[in-house]
Design a protein around this ligand. Structure first.
Ligand code: HPA
Length: 237
């Protein structure tokens, strides 16, 4: 039990799928898992453990932003024996090469966040996922015949920017093709604690064209990405 997760050590599987939205965690648990039980609901951050094709797996929401995923991933890795966290989130696209509902796998992440600097003094604006988890996810996507974009991601602390076109500079200078708000902190915590993390994203909105998916699709329209994550369990669980 931690301040933010009221579960017992042993309640979590070694691999946790982590959407931002608690209702998406519920949707994944109810749609895909067998023998599923709710193991924590502090602040409505719902967490479940069950089995997918016989493999134990947990699903827990991260909430939005780096402080939130920073707290939950730290407690999962350091107290609950979790080895792998696969974020399954949404992102905004920075380039016309991406369309709504495309699936991305983060290969590298850039951030202006002070999360790593504050946590342990690391000054690099870049972070990276686990190579081995990314390999499992890439193989799982191939088996599912789902196209994924291997991408550099911008992990941002601010959703509403004064200059809403400032992303063009980040796209040009860093090569980031999409923006979300969690992976930099997740990857930092995993590396710091000698654990594994990866990040799959579905494009939910487009910063060039202003198209956006609907909120009901935010909850249920992410099945391809979720199936890739679940399909990797045969290797990583
Ligand atoms: N900005 C930041 N995070 C996001 C976005 C966005 O446009 N879309 C989905 N996550």
């Amino acid at each position: 039990m931690t301040p933010h997760i009221h579960a017992k050590v042993g309640d979590f599987a070694k691999t946790v799928l982590m959407p931002g939205d608690p209702l998406r965690a519920k949707f994944i648990a109810e749609t895909y898992l067998e023998d599923v039980r709710e193991i924590s609901n502090v602040r409505n951050i719902l967490a479940y453990t069950g089995k997918y094709q016989g493999k134990p797996v947990s699903v827990m929401a991260s909430g939005m932003g780096m402080p939130s995923i920073g707290i939950y991933s730290w407690e999962l890795f350091s107290v609950f024996g979790v080895e792998n966290i696969i974020r399954v989130g949404s992102c905004g696209a920075y380039t016309e090469a991406l369309q709504l509902h495309d699936v991305l796998l983060a290969e590298k992440v850039w951030s202006e966040s002070t999360f790593a600097q504050t946590q342990n003094g690391e000054a690099s604006p870049f972070n990276a996922p686990s190579t081995i988890l990314n390999q499992y996810l890439t193989e799982s996507a191939k088996r599912a015949r789902t196209k994924i974009h291997h991408a550099i991601i911008h992990s941002s602390d601010v959703f509403y920017r004064n200059d809403h076109m400032s992303f063009k500079k980040i796209y040009q200078e860093v090569g980031a093709v999409a923006v979300e708000m969690e992976s930099f902190a997740l990857f930092h915590n995993a590396r710091t604690l000698n654990k594994h993390a990866a990040c799959l994203l579905t494009v939910s909105d487009h910063l060039l064209t202003n198209e956006a998916t609907t909120s009901s699709k935010r909850e249920t329209g992410f099945t391809q990405m979720i199936e890739i994550a679940l399909g990797s369990l045969q290797d990583c669980a």
